[in-house]
Design a protein around this ligand. Structure first.
Ligand code: UD1
Ligand code: PEP
Length: 415
């Protein structure tokens, strides 16, 4: 059975390069459906999610060529407005085809998406946004169906700054007649990346990165060339691995302003973080000081780093608190870390992590970042750790085994 074999590793040394951001690449690939002619997208990570989205766009009739880390998309021949049911359920970001198809063709259909099982993950805010723009919205038997003769700009207030809802509404609103104002939007860097690409295509999006986005609808968008931002979660994962395991690691292709919350926590723990242009050097101290952490929408500490940070805290002094505020069920890694000797108590959305010596065990990646947390734990643990359900990890980390081996990690993919 496919699994990762991980053995204790004393140091991580050298240089490791980060790929383009999964959570920017996916909405931007979907956004390419909005452009007349061809878009050339660079810095696309070669991930399971990206490959599934590429298949999904091809199934709609788009011409998509994915090679190396570049994708060329021409959506002029799209002749179908309902996404492939089974593929749509394999990833979260399949729902971005809803906003993009609605924007360009006035109709869209997509199964409720998949993605990590970390809570209920409703899409009510996306649907409220589409309704406000004038679309008829139906949700029957797990399939969302949207139709609009004409989209008209509207004022939309999001009850929560949802990343997905912000982007999906942007994708439809860029083609709506008149002005759309979306309040209490997410401020994640991936939102800015999507806005930049849409604007290069001819859209008029202002305010991305603040909590109000204003969009003046346009009649036509033209395919464009664009390079995706680096993946801040991948960067953070390697930074946490270096802090936990030791050694001196340079992480390349990082926009340091995107990992401020993590850098602050690492420095509090006594980790040396030296920032440079597009890279950071992380050097672990002999002893890690304890810190508490609470996940929040950007610019707060990202929920997508919570699992890996919990592994790091198993090496920190004292007992430390982790509070997960974004998703109601994102502690899937806790039971697996406990199999490895971690001492973690959970009460609702809070966990208390005590310092512990980890030991190798057979564990399961319950979701993408849980898998990353287990890899770091496996490198820390005495003996051998076998991690199952590797497909979750492949949704978000390109070549993680090879990259980690290159910096000294004792890790092997068994297929
Ligand atoms: C593909 C992608 O980009 N995934 C990221 C995206 O997920 P995703 O876009 O799904 O996350 P959201 O920001 O939408 O979700 C945040 C919270 O809002 C709730 N919510 C969301 C939408 C909605 O209509 N109703 C509602 O109640 C969710 O259940 C959750 O509790 O942002 C998350 C939060 O940073 C990250 O963990 C994911 O990696
Ligand atoms: C939760 C994540 O992804 P998704 O939203 O695609 O499930 C993630 O990237 O950690």
């Amino acid at each position: 059975m496919k699994r990762l074999l991980v053995r204790e590793t004393r140091n991580l040394n050298g240089r490791i390069a980060v790929n383009g951001a999964k959570n920017a690449a996916l909405p931007i690939i979907a956004a390419s459906l909005l452009g007349e002619g061809e878009s050339k997208l660079k810095g696309i990570p070669n991930l399971r999610d990206v490959n599934n989205l590429v298949k999904l766009l091809s199934d709609l009739g788009a011409k998509v060529d994915f090679s190396g880390n570049e994708i060329e998309v021409n959506a002029d021949l799209v002749n179908k407005y309902s996404t492939h049911n089974e593929l749509a359920r394999k990833l979260r970001a399949s729902y971005y085809t809803l906003g993009a198809l609605l924007g360009r063709y006035g109709q869209a259909q997509c199964a409720l998406p998949g993605g990590c099982e970390i809570g209920n993950r409703p899409i009510d805010l996306h649907l409220k946004g589409f309704t406000a723009l004038g679309a008829e919205v139906e949700l029957n038997h797990g399939i969302v169906k949207l139709e609009a003769d004409k989209l008209i700009g509207a004022k939309i207030y999001l009850d929560y700054p949802s990343v997905g809802a912000t982007m999906n509404i942007m994708l439809a609103a860029v083609k709506a007649e008149g002005e759309t104002v979306i309040e209490n939007v997410a401020r994640e860097p991936e939102i800015i990346d999507l806005a930049n690409y849409l604007n290069i295509m001819g859209a008029k999006v202002k305010g991305a990165g603040t909590d109000v986005i204003k969009i003046e609808g346009v009649e036509e968008l033209i395919g464009a060339d664009y390079t995706i931002i680096p993946d801040r979660i991948e960067a953070g994962t390697y930074m946490m691995a270096a802090a936990a395991i030791g050694g001196e690691l340079v992480i390349e292709n990082v926009l340091v302003e995107h990992v401020r919350a993590l850098i602050a926590k690492l420095k509090e723990m006594g980790v040396e973080v030296i920032e440079d242009v597009n890279q950071v050097k992380v050097t672990a101290p002999n002893k890690l000081a304890g810190v508490d952490v609470k996940t929040m929408p950007y610019p707060g500490f990202p929920t997508d780093m919570q699992s890996q940070f919990m592994t790091l805290l198993t090496q920190a002094e004292g007992e430390n608190v982790v509070i997960e505020t974004v998703f109601e069920n994102r502690f899937g890694h806790v039971d697996e870390l406990r199999r490895m000797g971690a001492k973690i108590k959970v009460d609702g959305r809070s966990a208390v992590v005590a310092k512990a010596n980890l030991e190798g065990a057979q564990v399961e990646a319950t979701d993408l970042r849980a898998g990353a947390a287990l890899i770091i734990a496996g490198l820390l643990a005495k003996g051998e750790t076998e991690i199952y359900n590797v497909h979750h990890i492949e949704r978000g980390y390109q070549n993680i085994t090879r990259k980690l081996r290159d910096i000294g990690a004792n890790i092997e993919l068994i297929t």
